[in-house]
Design a binder for this molecule. Sequence first.
Ligand code: ATP
Length: 152
Amino acid sequence: STLTDVNLVDLCLDVVAVFNGAYDRSIKTNIERDTIVVRANAEQLKQVFYSLIDNACKYSDDEVTVTISTDNGNVIVGVQDCGQGIPEAEQAAIFDRFYRVDKARNRENGGTGLGLAIAKAIVEVHQGKLTVSSQLNKGSTFIVVLPVVRRN
Ligand code: ATP
C-alpha cells in the first residue's frame, strides 16, 4: 500500500500553512520543528487535519489553535476552537455519516456531514483514535492520537 514514514510535525505545519495562506483566518500553533514519525498514508492524514481545521474555522469566528505533544509512545494533535461547541448529547453522533448538529443553523456553512466520519475512519485505519471534548458556546477540541514509530 502507500504507507510511508511520515513526520507528523511537518505534515501538520504544511496543512496549517495552507490555511494561513489561502484563507482570511490565522491558525495559531505551538508546533516547533521536530521529528515525530508515524507510519501513514500521508495524503489521508492530511485530509484528516484539513477536515478538523476547516470545521474549526466554519464553526467559530475566533482563534483556532493546533497543538502537538507526545505521551507514552503516542503523538497527540489537538485542533481547538472557541466557537459554538457541540451539545453533549450529540458529541458521539457527529462522527456518524451525514450527521450535522442543527441543520438549519448550519445551512449557510454547506457541508455534507461526511468530513468527521471519514476523518475517524482514516485515523482508525492508522491504529489511532479521534475524539472530541466540547462545551456549548465555549468551543471544541478535536484530538487525534497516533502511535509513534520513532522520534528522529
Ligand atoms: P463536511 O462534510 O463538509 O465537513 P460538516 O462540517 O457538516 O460537513 P462533519 O465535518 O462531519 O460535517 O461535521 C459534522 C457536524 O459536527 C457538523 O455539521 C457540525 O454540526 C458539527 N461540528 C463539527 N466540527 C465542529 C466544531 N469544531 N464546532 C462545532 N460543531 C462542529
